[in-house]
Design a protein around this ligand. Structure first.
Ligand SMILES: Cc1cc2nc3c(=O)[nH]c(=O)nc-3n(C[C@H](O)[C@H](O)[C@H](O)COP(=O)(O)OP(=O)(O)OC[C@H]3O[C@@H](n4cnc5c(N)ncnc54)[C@H](O)[C@@H]3O)c2cc1C
Length: 280
């Protein structure tokens, strides 16, 4: 494993905000993860940081990256085991290469497989768990376990893994045949048009409340374009907050609070953050 003390975290969050972490560790195997959780406290698993807002002061945490656990193991045709650190785009590339189908709707999500599994990420009516049969996790007692999907609590952007702060080591996917390249291209194009990809952001800031779209609620509350410091509600996608250059952690937090307050006053609806916030 590689251990970095007093590590600058800015580049580990897609918002390009982040202070100094007590430690940042890149591990090479699941045995090393087991070792770390036995010997360290205050651990935070960091994937691609595309959903994580980091505080810009001192962060009293050991950040652990699984980016080197990025294997794809073919179990049999259509069934593969994937390491949690794999960049999700690599999984889509692999599906194309093998002519596998199942989660093409998710193409373009910039996270890791572990990050997507943790929160049951999804897009356009498909969720990552639609194609998963089993996950390998380390539970809150430090036990390495394989759990079948039917024995896991999974719902919209929430999993038992997230609730119980488990660590995802790998996931087993079951695909059908017939990769849908047209779907991948269509949704990637849509993302290029509808997401502010040229400015640092964390994707959707808020979950969609039942039957509603947070983006629509934000527009209807007159909050699109609202700015605190260099943090702005994106003019391209109102559920995204963008960093216009020099946004501070507190600018983002204040903007989130103002949006929640404004939407509540105008519509009576309480927005709930989808992004993960780490500030100690
Ligand atoms: C432009 C853009 C578009 C996006 N579009 C979508 C979308 O369409 N749908 C969607 O669902 N999301 C979307 N996102 C959000 C984000 O990409 C996903 O939530 C993704 O799953 C996060 O993965 P990550 O590796 O970057 O996680 P990180 O941000 O690094 O971590 C997020 C959380 O997952 C935990 N985590 C990460 N890996 C593990 C692991 N191995 N074990 C346990 N916990 C872990 C972290 O501890 C943290 O709590 C978008 C983000 C951006 C920037």
């Amino acid at each position: 494993m590689k251990v970095y003390k007093n590590h600058f975290m800015k580049e580990h969050s897609n918002m390009k905000i982040g202070g100094i972490a007590k430690e940042y560790i890149e591990i090479e195997s699941k045995e090393e993860v087991l070792d770390i959780i036995k010997n360290k406290e205050n651990i935070f698993i960091i994937g691609n940081g595309t959903n994580t807002l980091l505080g810009d002061g001192n962060l009293d945490k050991t950040f652990v990256s699984l980016k080197n656990i990025d294997y794809i193991k073919e179990i049999k045709i259509g069934e593969i085991e994937v390491g949690a650190g794999l960049d999700f785009s690599k999984l889509i590339e692999y599906m194309e290469e093998k002519n596998y189908s199942g989660i093409e709707n998710l193409a373009g999500i910039p996270g890791t497989v572990g990050g997507l599994v943790f929160m049951n990420g999804g897009a356009h009516g498909t969720e990552i768990f639609d194609a998963i049969t089993q996950v390998e996790i380390i539970d809150e007692f430090g036990n390495l376990r394989k759990i079948n999907k039917e024995n896991l609590e999974i719902s919209y952007r929430v999993t038992e893994i997230k609730k119980k702060k488990w660590i995802v080591i790998s996931a087993t996917f079951q695909f059908s045949q017939g990769f849908k390249k047209d779907i991948v291209e269509k949704f990637k194009l849509k993302r290029n048009e509808n997401h502010p990809l040229n400015e640092p952001n964390l994707g959707s800031t808020f979950k969609n409340p039942d039957g509603k779209f947070s983006a629509r609620l934000i527009i209807d509350s007159g909050l699109q374009g609202k700015q605190v410091g260099d943090a702005q509600i994106s003019m391209i996608h109102p559920n995204f907050i963008v960093n216009k250059g020099n946004a501070k952690f507190l600018d983002i937090i204040r903007l989130i609070e103002e949006v929640k307050k404004g939407v509540k006053e105008k519509t009576g609806i309480e927005l709930e953050e989808e992004i993960i916030i780490v500030n100690d």
